[in-house]
Design a protein around this ligand. Structure first.
Ligand SMILES: Nc1ncnc2c1ncn2[C@@H]1O[C@H](COP(=O)(O)OP(=O)(O)OP(=O)(O)O)[C@@H](O)[C@H]1O
Length: 293
């Protein structure tokens, strides 16, 4: 697979902070690439350099082997977190307006289908729900039929159903061999959508790979939890298990042996949960703090 973006030794220094510190990665064509990390990790700065919006202090971003330049704005798509939509315009009129900004565009009918806009095409922008607004913003990011589209926290603030609908749109876009670069605070979203993730903290890359690869590489264990009331304190202490929110939490690489032990000790398994580690757990393991801190 061809590299659409290559980032080499990218660094961005502000007066008293190094926002991005020597970052390297490539993004393959037709994949969904997730940039993850806590607030202040350097995600937006990295993305804005890739988009050509701000300049790097050191290092370089290549778009199909050419150093990025201002002319590339015609070829990339950007969905900003906060785009002001024109009042008194309908969705259809907004699409018409944005189409006029570009030399090369995708047919509006195709966009309507791709982003599922048909049911509110004639509605005023001000009357759109959060999910509908995000679908319109996605359509606007795709209007110039870009090869690569940047989505900055596109589902923040949406309800679970609207988030799931949006995920489907991202899958539709990928199915057209477009490359998606996504920043998100939602680890389930990254796990669902991303072929490849880069986790940043304090301006540096701390992990890179497919979610599955990363989880396999860092975890052999699964997490078992049981209502604390069912497990004698002495046993919890003996095995060094954790109690959190009235649950005993057991980390084990051997589920069968652990279940046998619990049964042998005559502990009821009612309410037992087994959970595989996710990207939140990975982040906690790598940095010692939660993504949401
Ligand atoms: N224009 C600026 N001037 C000075 N410091 C800045 C500027 N822009 C960003 N920073 C700092 O650079 C660091 C990285 O910021 P950045 O916005 O890239 O993080 P982020 O990972 O996108 O965070 P969030 O998830 O909150 O959007 C932060 O410490 C931030 O305060």
């Amino acid at each position: 697979m061809q590299d659409v973006i290559r980032v080499e030794n990218l660094t961005k220094k502000y007066k008293d902070v190094i926002a991005v510190d020597g970052v390297n990665f490539t993004i393959k064509k037709g994949t969904c690439f997730g940039l993850l990390g806590p607030n202040g990790a350097g995600k937006t700065t990295t993305i804005e350099i890739m988009e050509g919006i701000i300049k790097a202090s050191e290092g370089q971003v290549y778009y199909y082997d050419k150093a990025i330049n201002a002319a590339m704005s015609q070829q990339i798509g950007i969905q900003f977190q906060h785009t002001a939509l024109q009042d008194f315009l309908s969705v259809q009129e907004t699409l018409n307006l944005f189409t006029s900004f570009y030399q090369h565009t995708i047919a509006i009918s195709e966009l309507v289908e791709l982003c599922d806009l048909s049911e509110f095409l004639n509605r005023d922008n001000r009357l759109l729900s959060g999910g509908q607004r995000q679908r319109l913003l996605l359509a606007l990011a795709l209007i110039n039929d870009p090869d690569i589209v940047f989505l900055d926290e596109p589902t923040t603030g949406l309800d679970p159903q609207a988030r799931r609908n949006f995920w489907q749109l991202i899958k539709n876009i990928k199915a057209r061999d477009k490359t998606v670069v996504l920043t998100t605070h939602y680890m389930d979203e990254a796990q669902q959508l991303c072929d490849d993730v880069l986790i940043m903290d304090h301006g540096k890359v701390i992990a890179r790979g497919s979610p599955r690869q990363l989880l396999n590489q860092h975890f052999q264990e699964v997490f078992i939890s049981l209502p604390a009331i069912q497990v004698p304190d002495a046993l919890v202490e003996h095995y060094g298990w954790h109690i959190n929110a009235q649950q005993v939490e057991i980390t084990t690489a051997d589920v069968e042996a652990t279940l046998s032990l619990l049964l042998a000790k005559k502990i009821s398994l009612t309410g037992l949960h087994i959970k595989s580690p996710n990207l939140d757990d990975l982040f906690l393991k790598l940095t010692g703090h939660s993504l949401r801190d």
